[in-house]
Design a protein around this ligand. Structure first.
Ligand code: SF4
Length: 504
């Protein structure tokens, strides 16, 4: 059987696309190889949202191309956003690539590999599926998650795509170019995938989309949500979708979404948060800057005051809700005064997590017309100051939780020898649960007592009630708990462990 290896760069949307690539390849008879050098087909699923990520990819391509000189039978595939962005040009920029594959062309991967096997020259397939959008799911061919051999039946969390592409034109962002215009998935399909995942043991689902809360049902099957105004240009059908999921998949324990756009945080969405206990008490709402002058140059289409008013209405209804955000520092023309406005916004809103990035010019973006005039050293210094404030806010928040009782969804094993299990609260704090090594907690929602605040997480023990109710791990063979998802590569990021969809 031919073997394949996939390396993923970038956001949660790319991680999700890689999972779907695993599925199409396994169904076509390929088996996975841990070691790319032992694989017949190597796929690099790429990210172009920041210059650094693109450079990383190109050096990886160079490394593999060198390997290929002595192993010419290996097929090298470049997929994802760099593939979409560069297309044919990749073939001339980097020797050794056999296939350039856009995100919408994943279902065609096995057929294209067959063509290459039959001697086709290097191929480029980067066509948006505008007429008939395809959304690959975790369902098996029979429409059943449990029968899909690539799905981990014990995974307690899963991602479900609701839409793809983006109709915004934020001046720094390449996503509208690499992912195309917005296309939405019919609500019945979304419900079916979530219901299948829940039947297979999933407790928490995160809805994915570049601007996830601009959702509209292409099948027109959703009723208008309470609070939705047909005259509000920012209104979407996202609140109605959330309500339908809550009503039709009652077994779902937690529902999250990423990444939303602040414009679509409308009264109907705030009402949905108030009414639906299944919605987690955490929202990641990208703001990007706290200075109106910069927000305008970024073409974000809201002001600082509008952002504060919208998230303020949400928190007024749900005071225990945690907010996190994305911020770009050193955008063209950002003065010290503008940056100070960003810092003051972070404090004013009280974000408990943020992803911070230094601005880097991306091809095909409107901001390329602006001079990238903030010196690199200044960008780094601002990023460090931003993280300092963010860590202070997160640290104070975590300290306040010491001694409290929290409900944690246990996602998997903690670090060996230190903590038995790791999970998250509904506000998205990471919690390490010690002293429960012999108990089978994976996928359970357990009550814990917080014993200590770490720098970015909480230390806890099971409450007496949770300990009494927990099942022991089977004696033999020992069920080695599956390791919890690792926090995302840090570098430029400090936050609660939210996952960004590379949008919003
Ligand atoms: S930042 Fe988000 S909303 Fe703006 S263009 Fe990019 S994906 Fe769209």
């Amino acid at each position: 059987m031919p073997r394949y290896a996939i390396t993923t760069f970038g956001c949660q949307m790319n991680v999700h696309d890689s999972e779907r690539m695993h599925e199409v390849l396994r169904r076509a008879g390929y088996t996975e190889s841990e070691d790319p050098k032992a694989a017949d087909v190597v796929v690099l699923n790429t990210c172009s949202v920041r210059e650094k990520a693109e450079q990383k990819l190109l050096s990886e391509v160079g490394r593999l191309a060198k390997w290929k000189q002595t192993h010419p039978e290996m097929v090298l595939v470049v997929a994802g956003c760099v593939a979409q962005q560069e297309g044919e040009r990749l073939l001339t920029r980097s020797q050794g690539i056999d296939l350039v594959l856009g995100p919408d062309n994943i279902p065609e991967l096995p057929r294209l590999l067959d063509d290459i096997g039959l001697g086709a020259p290097p191929l480029v397939r980067t066509v948006f599926d505008l007429e008939a959008p395809r959304f690959l799911t975790a369902l098996s061919d029979e429409g059943d998650v449990a029968r899909n051999p690539t799905v981990d039946a014990r995974a307690p969390t899963a991602f479900v795509t609701t839409m793809k592409g983006c109709n915004e034109r934020c001046s720094f962002c390449i996503v509208p170019y690499t992912r195309g215009p917005e296309r939405y998935r019919p609500s019945a399909e979304i419900i079916a995938e979530i219901a299948g995942l829940v039947a297979a043991g999933v407790r928490e689902v995160t809805l994915l989309g570049q601007t996830v809360n601009s959702y509209r049902d292409p099948s027109s099957e959703l009723s208008r949500a309470p609070g939705a105004s047909p005259d509000d240009p920012d209104e979407s059908e996202f609140a109605a979708l959330l309500r339908r999921i809550a009503a039709e998949v009652p077994g779902l324990v937690r529902l999250r979404y990423t990444s939303p756009h602040p414009r679509h945080l409308t009264p109907s969405l705030i009402e949905a948060h108030t009414d639906l206990p299944v919605l987690a008490r955490h929202v990641h709402m990208p703001v990007q800057s706290g200075a109106d002058r910069i927000l305008k140059r970024m073409i974000r289409r809201y002001t600082r005051a509008e952002y504060v008013a919208r998230v303020g209405s949400l928190v007024a209804r749900l005071p225990d809700l945690s907010l996190s955000t994305d911020i770009i520092v050193g955008f063209p023309g950002e003065t010290e005064e503008d940056f100070a406005a960003t810092l003051s916004l972070v404090r004013e809103v009280g974000f408990r997590g943020l992803f911070g990035f230094k601005y880097s010019q991306r091809p095909y973006t409107p901001a390329r017309k602006l001079a990238d005039d903030v010196p690199e050293a200044e960008k780094s210094e601002r990023l460090a100051r931003l993280f300092e404030v963010s860590e202070e806010l997160l640290g104070a928040h975590l300290q306040r939780l010491a001694g409290s009782r929290q409900r944690v969804l246990v996602e998997g094993a903690g670090k060996e020898g230190t903590n038995a299990w790791t999970g998250r609260t509904e506000r998205n704090e990471i919690v390490h649960v010690a002293g429960a090594e012999r108990l089978d907690l994976r996928g359970s929602i357990v009550e814990v007592v917080i014993t200590r605040a770490n720098k970015h997480s909480l230390q806890a023990e099971l409450s007496d009630e949770a300990r009494a109710a927990a099942k022991p791990l089977p004696a033999a063979p020992p069920a080695a708990p599956v390791e919890a998802p690792k926090p995302r590569a840090a570098g430029e990021r400090r936050s609660l462990p939210i996952v960004a969809a590379g949008g919003g």
